[in-house]
Each structure stands twice: as structure tokens, then as C-alpha cells.
Design a protein around this ligand. Structure first.
Ligand code: OAD
Ligand code: ZN
Length: 238
């Protein structure tokens, strides 16, 4: 595989998904053996599921906290952190992963568009309680110190909107400093709006690459597809 065309002027925007953390031992969502198997998505990853059985949801995310906490960043995370250091403000890393492994690998310009496992917030939207850093595991639902409502994981669940400031930041970066390369890695291309970023990139005249083990749902939208594991391919092309 050829090296990616990155020089002193290239701006790069990267989108990562569960495939990037797979080699750290964290299960992906849709591969066989994936996380949702044995877990009803509706029950653990929707606001309705949380309303119905918050303790179940907390036990589920507590498991995720434990699992991700024991995992280590892999070569793919490290290579992306290195690229970020090299490009500085000409680099933006957007991740769908909530495991915090990019930040632990040293990446600085990271947008965690689906939230972060190690953050907790009040489930009452108008409550003034801040989002807090929280690595605790819970058997039962913790309550808000300010209003007494249930606390919840700071994760974007199905049916919920992304933080609009994240979308704005991505759109702004696509206009200035005018990235020339969009790189999606380890993502099935089935969850929007992340899966639509490749089209947005295309509208801005940005060349798109996909690095993925299997065929992604939005694969036809990419200019170049590099098949393989994130660690192998990134070691070769960066
Ligand atoms: P998926 O589990 O849907 O897809 C993972 C993709 O990574 C698959 O296409 C695999 O082929 C690929 N893959 C697996 N191992 C790989 C490896 N070692 N190297 C490269 N590719 C590999 O995960 P996402 O696309 O990230 O949302 O899922 C998107 C969102 O769906 C998640 O962020 C999550 C879920 O609902 C939330 O939690 C809010
Ligand atoms: Zn509250």
C-alpha cells in the first residue's frame, strides 16, 4: 500500500469507529460477537429504555467502563496521535467511540461525537448540575445532588441529537483550514450523522479514504478503500 499523500500543507479530518478499538479488545457493535448481542439495544441505549429500567442501563455502562478501563490504546490510536502532533491545527479527529482511548493515546484535537463513557450528567435537561468526570461502576442508579433526578451516562443514545457545537466544529473545519483528506477508519457507516460526513467531505472537494476490515454500508461514497485492520493499514500508510 502507498503512503497517504500528506505533506506540510495537507489538512486531515479523521472519523473513527468501533473497529479502531477492536484491537484493544473492545467489542464492536455490529460484528458477530459484537456488543449488542445478548443486549437489547432498545433497553440499554435509548432514553425510553433508561426511563423503564435505569439500573439495567447503569449496570450495562458500568461493564463498559470496566472493560474500556482495562484496555490499552493500540497502534492505530498511537499512529493517529502521532499524526495529530505532526499536523497540529491542520488535524481534527472525530470519533464515534466513547471509550476515551484516543485521548489516552495522546490525541489532542478530538471530538467525541457520541459522548464519553467516563462522564455522567443529570437526566433532567434543565438541571444546572455540570457534566462530571466519573469512572465509578454502579449496581443501582446514582441520583443528582442538585435535583434528585436520575443521573445518566453522558452518551448519545439512539433517537437523541448530537451536541450541535460538535457538528458546527466539524463543518467549520471542513471550510477552513480546508482539509484535503478525509479518512474514515473502522466504522460500518450505518449510523448517522457520522456516516454522512464522507458526503459532506465530497461536497467540499475533499478526497476520502476508508480503512475497514469488512465492507461498510456507505463504502460507495469513498474515493479510495483500503481493506484491512486499522493497526496494519495505518502502520503501512502513515
Ligand atoms: P460497528 O460495530 O457498526 O462497525 C465496526 C466496523 O469496524 C465494521 O465495519 C468492521 O468491519 C470494522 N472493523 C472491525 N475490526 C476492525 C479492525 N481491527 N480494523 C478495522 N476495521 C475493523 O461500529 P461503528 O460504526 O463505530 O453509537 O458504530 C457506530 C455507532 O453505533 C457507535 O458509535 C455506537 C453504535 O450505536 C453509540 O454508542 C451512540
Ligand atoms: Zn439534576
Amino acid at each position: 500500500m502507498d503512503k497517504l499523500p500528506i505533506d506540510d500543507e495537507t489538512c486531515v479530518i479523521v472519523l473513527t469507529g468501533a473497529g479502531v478499538s477492536a484491537e484493544s479488545g473492545i467489542q464492536t457493535f455490529r460484528d458477530s460477537g459484537g456488543l449488542w448481542e445478548g443486549h437489547d439495544v432498545e433497553a440499554v441505549a435509548t432514553p425510553e429504555g433508561f426511563k423503564k429500567d435505569p439500573d439495567l442501563v447503569w449496570r450495562f455502562y458500568s461493564e463498559r467502563r470496566k472493560q474500556a478501563g482495562q484496555a490499552l490504546p493500540n497502534l492505530a490510536h498511537l499512529k493517529l496521535a502521532e499524526l495529530g502532533d505532526r499536523l497540529g491545527p491542520r488535524f481534527l479527529l472525530v470519533t464515534q467511540n466513547v471509550d476515551a482511548l484516543h485521548v489516552r493515546a495522546g490525541s489532542k484535537r478530538v471530538i467525541e461525537m457520541h459522548g464519553n463513557l467516563y462522564r455522567t450528567r443529570c437526566s433532567r435537561k434543565k438541571c444546572k448540575r455540570d457534566v462530571t468526570v466519573d469512572a465509578n461502576v454502579y449496581e443501582t442508579t446514582p441520583l443528582c445532588e442538585k435535583c434528585g433526578e436520575n443521573l445518566r451516562p453522558h452518551i448519545v443514545w439512539f433517537g437523541e441529537n448530537l451536541d450541535p457545537t460538535h457538528i458546527e466544529r466539524i463543518e467549520r473545519f471542513m471550510q477552513y483550514p480546508r482539509p484535503t483528506l478525509f479518512l474514515a477508519i473502522g466504522t460500518s457507516g450505518s449510523v448517522y450523522p457520522a456516516a454522512g460526513l464522507v458526503r459532506l467531505a465530497k461536497q467540499h472537494g475533499i478526497t476520502s479514504y476508508l480503512i475497514n476490515k469488512d465492507v461498510a454500508e456507505n463504502e460507495a461514497d469513498f474515493d479510495v478503500v483500503l481493506r484491512g485492520s486499522a493497526c496494519d493499514v495505518l502502520s503501512e500508510v502513515l
